[in-house]
Design a protein around this ligand. Structure first.
Ligand SMILES: Nc1nc2c(ncn2[C@@H]2O[C@H](COP(=O)(O)OP(=O)(O)O)[C@@H](O)[C@H]2O)c(=O)[nH]1
Ligand SMILES: C=C(OP(=O)(O)O)C(=O)O
Ligand SMILES: [Mn+2]
Length: 607
């Protein structure tokens, strides 16, 4: 093949041979009009934002500085689980919960899709680092993308640009490994063809090659599909790295709780997408004397420290939060973060005076521009903001950011919470008997589907550790990895495991528990359990508080509701058993026997 001269390709600001070779290979395959190596500078960000305004992708907002409104193509609003693939060499290694294609077949198909796919466009090269730049073993990546929106968002969500690229060559001159992550919207432009504000393609692939640590994404601009450092790298590839290197890559927020005695407790919590991670991460406690600080809202990488405790680091640099439901009374800290500007809002509604609005926000606007760019009035029968509309905002703007948020050592975790969205059955909070029982709780947890993924909303499905859509390998092997993690540790130093459900409903369908800031009452009970102070009842499913075991002082909800949120109804749990059995059967013989033993024990306790 003759070398093609693509403007910018030779401007590489690195000598890393692997980076140079890969970027050239992709440029020659996708044939963009030009290549831009991103340095992450303010000037570059300003240029990219103004190009996005020019292209009609961004509308500048008038109510906060350096912030923009974007509306996606109406078909490109969420993760596409049907189109997400784990391409391991052997199908059995992807396991029964993932879509699989042989890597050679996927590469052949996608190479043809990528051929010439950046024609008429700019190819951006975005070096990034997941986790603190000061880490001894920085987890590096390069995202190549042809969508400036992705560059602007990656700048918020990751440590990107020159500061990350510096880490690609170690001080002794060795070239570090990196994850090549290729993204294209899949919409080449013919000469003279006018671009659309949100280019994408009906054909979508979100593919992962776990053995070679590569990501290939095509056809979608939605965050979870296109900001490849997030779910694709930090969870799907990350879970494989974690399995191989002996740590945990989890779909968890990281929160610091400070008691009235000024003692700090770090909590990690795994909830499925759109089930409350970002909100709990920014908790504003309602009980006197308690404070909370944020370390992360979506992903935790956890390893054992020299003292034998499990330490968590957030690999991300920003929040990609669900907008609807966010308001001054539900999540004031998110509102304060957003107020500072430097935020991209996608698929929310635009107010007539150039601000943003979404369902659940205070105020009743008379007229809006909906996420579909249509006139909207209170009479409209569709929501003004898409239920999965998002804000993308820098973590550094969060008023309750913990001072140790950027420490490569991480923070020692005292409690791990698993939780889902269940209208029935699952009590507000349950403590596991021990690590193994806690792993059973995580492995069998369930949740109603939300708008964060394309498909039917409301259906209950098993979502182990909130990782169902994010596992890079076989779910049974993942459970074993969790069990083994506990075996290799000093049991007294392991985090205690709890199962929570903020979403239980009464017969009239309203939530029994007020949630949001009031969740601090549950966290207080958890801390007191760790300290051996709070009471609980031993039930067939674990230790559950009675209403009087929780601090309910000043709560306006009737105590009957709180008790109803805490009820363990054996008949409801007996109905779960066949669903758990079906789930284990689906995973097959790689389910660790210890988890089957836990199921048998639960069955016999339920009678
Ligand atoms: N009822 C109730 N809703 C909540 C609670 N926490 C979060 N939500 C809502 O659930 C949706 C998703 O929350 P979010 O924190 O963004 O979830 P994430 O996707 O897991 O980070 C938003 O609409 C929130 O307003 C809670 O404690 N109770
Ligand atoms: C980005 C996502 O994250 P979350 O878990 O916050 O909903 C998503 O699900 O696409
Ligand atoms: Mn979130």
């Amino acid at each position: 093949m003759t070398a093609v001269a693509i403007p910018g390709l030779d401007k590489a600001p690195t000598s890393h041979s692997g980076v140079l070779a890969w970027v050239r290979e992709i440029a020659e395959l996708t044939t963009p009009d030009r290549v831009v190596w991103c340095d992450g500078s303010d000037e570059e960000a300003a240029r990219i934002n103004s190009e996005l305004v020019e292209a009609g992708t961004f509308v500048p907002l008038k109510d906060r500085p350096n912030s923009f409104w974007a509306a996606s193509d109406p078909s490109d609003v969420a993760r596409v689980e049907e189109r997400t693939f784990i391409c391991s060499e052997r199908e059995e290694d992807a396991g029964p919960t993932n879509n699989w294609l042989h890597p050679a077949e996927m590469r052949a198909t996608m190479t043809e899709l990528y051929r010439g796919c950046m024609r008429g466009r700019t190819m951006y090269v975005v070096p990034f680092c997941m986790g603190p730049l000061g880490s001894d073993d920085p987890k590096l990546g390069i995202e190549i993308t042809d969508f400036a929106y992705v560059v602007a968002s990656m700048r918020v969500m990751t440590r990107m640009g020159a500061q990350a690229l510096e880490k690609f060559v170690a001080e002794d001159g060795t070239e570090r490994a990196f994850v090549p992550a290729l993204h294209s919207v899949g919409k080449p432009l013919e000469p003279g063809e006018k671009d659309v504000p949100w280019p994408c393609n009906d054909v979508k692939y979100i593919s992962h090659f776990p053995e070679t640590r590569q990501i290939w994404s095509y056809g979608s601009g939605y965050g979870g599909n296109s900001l490849l450092g997030k779910k694709c790298y930090s969870l799907r590839i990350g879970s494989v790295l974690a399995r191989d290197e002996g740590w945990l890559a989890e779909h968890m927020l990281i929160l610091k709780l400070i008691s009235p005695e000024n003692k700090a407790y770090y909590v990690a919590a795994a909830f499925p997408s759109a089930c409350g991670k970002t909100n709990l991460a920014m908790l504003q406690p309602t009980i006197p004397g308690w404070r909370a600080e944020t370390l992360g809202d979506d992903i935790a990488w956890m390893r054992f420290g020299e003292d034998g405790r499990l330490y968590a680091v957030n690999p991300e640099f920003g929040f990609f939060g669900v907008a609807p439901g966010t308001d001054w009374h539900t999540n004031p800290n998110a509102m304060r973060t957003l107020e500072k500007g430097n935020t991209v809002f996608t698929n929310v509604a635009l107010t007539d005076d150039g601000g943003v609005w979404w369902e659940g926000m205070n105020g009743k606007p008379e007229h809006l521009t909906s996420w579909k760019k249509q006139d909207w009035t209170p009479e409209s029968d569709e929501p003004a903001a898409h239920p999965n509309s998002r804000y993308c905002t820098p973590m550094s703007q969060c008023p309750i950011l913990a001072p140790e948020w950027d420490d490569p050592k991480g923070v020692p975790i005292s409690a791990i919470l698993f939780g889902g969205r269940r209208a029935t059955t699952v009590p507000l909070v349950t403590q596991s008997r021990d690590w193994q029982h806690g792993v059973f709780m995580g492995a069998t947890m369930s949740s109603e589907k939300t708008a964060a993924a394309a498909g039917k909303v409301g259906e209950v499905r098993r979502d182990p550790m909130a990782m169902l859509p994010f596992l890079g390998y076989h779910a049974g092997d993942y459970f074993r990895h969790w069990i083994d993690t506990g075996k290799h540790a000093d049991a007294a130093k392991l985090p205690k495991i709890f199962y929570v459900n903020w979403f239980r409903r009464g017969e009239d369908k309203r939530f029994l528990w007020p949630g949001f800031g009031e969740n601090s009452r549950v966290l207080k009970w958890i801390v007191e359990r760790i300290e051996g102070k709070a009471s609980a009842v031993e039930t067939p499913i674990g230790f559950v508080p009675r209403a009087e075991d929780l601090d309910t002082a000043g709560l306006s909800e009737p105590l009957e509701d709180i008790q109803a949120a805490l009820d363990v109804k054996p008949e409801e749990w007996r109905q779960e058993i066949p669903l758990i059995e079906e789930w284990f059967d689906k995973i097959g013989d790689r389910v660790p026997s210890t988890l089957r033993d836990e199921l048998d024990a639960l069955k016999s306790r339920l009678g």
